[in-house]
Write a protein that binds this ligand. Structure first.
Ligand SMILES: [Zn+2]
Ligand SMILES: [Zn+2]
Length: 334
């Protein structure tokens, strides 16, 4: 048997960041394996005591390695809870703007009922590790004796793998949850559902479920902050003449009176008609990029009307093009 490693993380086989739930699981698994009443290994008693001591040290926060322990309040709170679950929730822009109800499906673990979370069940079978011939140590490339990785330094394998959970000690349960998404959440905002994370037990409160909002791409709109942008083709003639246009917004159609102007690409900003506000954030604007569309295929009637309109516009040719008018006068062309 190898000399006893003094790092409690190594003894329990957990990483330095292990949660209390992970510590407990690791402790229970090892304690069952090495209990002197259950194991006839010559070092079982010693090992069993060592496991208990390591567990208590880690629970008490006595960390000999001096690992970075963030003492922020969040950490303290997390220490009393089972693990949180983080998922993303994709919803449409309309759903996000107005708020919606959703049924979400996810899996969360609970202790396997067959092995009570230990991962071990059934008759014990012990076999020695072939890699280290049961010593728990092997020679490395430099001929130094190091811990055998095959067996984790134990020198033997105890096989009591629970068939129902494959030794993980966990059983995944499928959960359906009806949730309400409030209106006006932005991409990346999180919804916290207290107690819907990994289940707790007699020592730990259940973890929380965090849902990160993802808004699906929209065929028409682009969300920039709380402003909603989109491009809208408008008849070039309407842009020149002015008049009412129907602008689609998240809250329905808005009739907007367009002033007469040039048929050029321009921006129309409808203040407060974009994505709804939330809390202290005001609603965004609806920013419409007006795209002039010139008629292409004309019917005979449309062509006639356009020619009439054009003739009417040319009445003012002298005012619009004085140099040409002067030239025509000089050549007596009128
Ligand atoms: Zn070995
Ligand atoms: Zn099991």
């Amino acid at each position: 048997m190898q000399s006893m490693n003094s790092d409690p993380h190594d003894i329990l086989g957990v990483s330095p960041g292990a949660t209390p739930a992970e510590l407990k699981r690791a402790y229970r698994r090892l304690a069952m394996r090495w209990h002197p009443d259950r194991s006839d290994h010559p070092h079982a008693t010693e090992r069993f005591k060592e496991i208990g001591a390591a567990y208590e040290r880690l629970l008490a926060g006595d960390d000999p390695e001096g690992e970075e322990v963030d003492a922020a309040p969040e950490e303290t709170e997390a220490a009393a809870r089972a693990a949180d679950i983080r998922l993303s929730l994709e919803i449409s822009l309309e759903e996000a703007a107005a708020g919606c109800r959703k049924t979400i499906h996810y899996a969360r673990g609970k202790d396997c009922p067959t092995c009570a979370g230990t991962g071990e069940h059934g008759l014990s079978r012990t076999r020695f590790c072939g890699a280290c011939h049961g010593s728990g140590r092997v020679h490395d490339a430099k001929r130094n004796l190091v811990r055998c990785e095959e067996c984790g330094g134990r020198g033997l394998f105890t096989e009591r793998i629970c068939k129902d959970c494959g030794g993980s000690g966990r059983e995944l349960a499928d959960v359906s949850l009806d949730i309400r998404v409030p209106h006006g959440m932005l991409p990346g905002d999180e919804l916290r559902l207290v107690g819907q994370g990994e289940p707790g037990d007699d020592e730990l409160k259940a973890g929380d479920l965090f849902l990160s909002i993802v808004i699906a791409p929209h065929p028409l709109y682009q969300l920039r902050g709380r402003d909603v942008h989109f491009r809208m083709p408008v008849s070039a003639l309407a842009m020149m003449a002015g008049g009412d246009i129907d602008v689609p917004s998240l809250a329905g159609v808005i009739c907007h009176g367009l002033a007469a102007g040039s048929a050029e690409r321009r921006e129309l900003r409808l203040v407060g008609k974009g994505y709804p506000g939330r809390g202290k954030s005001h609603a965004g604007d609806l920013v419409v990029e007006l795209m002039p569309v010139f008629p292409s295929k004309l019917s005979a009637r449309q062509r006639k009307l356009l020619l009439q309109a054009n003739a009417a516009l040319l009445d003012d040719a002298a005012g619009a093009l004085p140099e040409i008018a002067d030239w025509r006068n000089a050549h007596d062309l009128d």
